[in-house]
Design a protein around this ligand. Structure first.
Ligand SMILES: Nc1ncnc2c1ncn2[C@@H]1O[C@H](COP(=O)(O)OP(=O)(O)OP(=O)(O)O)[C@@H](O)[C@H]1O
Ligand SMILES: [Mg+2]
Length: 206
């Protein structure tokens, strides 16, 4: 989908920081855009997000978690992504997060996750996925929030995030043309410059 951009990366890779900078840039340059996030975006999806993130749901199975993400994804597709054909739709996380976290991280069969991704997205995919390349050790160091502020998935620890990071690297190797990979360990302004010039080069933004 020509107007659809996704940001991906491990926890603490700087997605939120860069999305805010992009939002300000697009406002300043009068380019209409909708910023959204997964899981979430509308009432039903945000309610599912609450169930997924709730620390009290410690007994949630991996398959339950995956299916909740996919359920939220399809609802969000219809509520938000397909509903804004004349604006850029920019989403914090999408199908690659399910592959990286539930597939490579939790160990669910990658083909199963891919199949569920394609059911949930009904074949819709972003024109560009910006990957903020930050290794697990750096992401964790940045994540200086108090432990009681971390959600259920963030509490899974560094070995888990290591697997997620390796997962992202495999996904990028399998889909090189869809990705804009930016070294996210640089300072935020430098990271943003590279995102901007990459997106301009592809012709998605001005
Ligand atoms: N380029 C950077 N260099 C150093 N620190 C950064 C950089 N970008 C963001 N940070 C800091 O790292 C932390 C995580 O950033 P941010 O919340 O933007 O990441 P995120 O990818 O949205 O994380 P999450 O997946 O947990 O939502 C914040 O404290 C932020 O200020
Ligand atoms: Mg974030």
């Amino acid at each position: 989908m020509k107007n659809f951009i996704v940001f991906e990366g491990i926890d603490g890779s700087g997605k939120g920081t860069q999305l805010k900078m992009l939002e300000e840039y697009l406002k300043r340059t009068n380019q209409p855009a909708v910023f959204t996030r997964e899981p979430g975006g509308g009432k039903i999806s945000e309610e599912i997000r609450g169930v997924i993130k709730d620390k009290e749901n410690a007994s949630m199975t991996d398959i339950c978690e995956l299916l909740l993400f996919e359920a939220a994804r399809n609802q969000h597709l219809h509520d938000t992504i397909l509903n804004n054909p004349n604006k850029l739709v920019i989403c914090d996380r999408f199908t690659d997060s399910s592959l990286a976290y539930q597939g490579y991280g939790r160990g669910i069969d990658i083909d199963v996750v891919s199949k569920l991704n394609s059911i949930a997205t009904e074949g819709i995919s972003p024109v560009c996925t910006v990957f903020l390349d930050v290794p697990a050790s750096i992401g964790e160091n940045r994540n200086s929030r108090l432990i009681d502020k971390l959600d259920r998935i963030e509490m899974a620890g560094n070995t888990f995030m290591e697997k997620v990071y390796i997962g992202y690297k495999n996904i990028i190797k399998d889909n090189p043309s869809r990705f804009l990979v930016v070294d996210g360990t640089q300072n935020p302004d430098k990271v943003f410059d590279q995102i901007l010039s990459g997106l301009k080069q592809i012709g998605i933004i001005k």
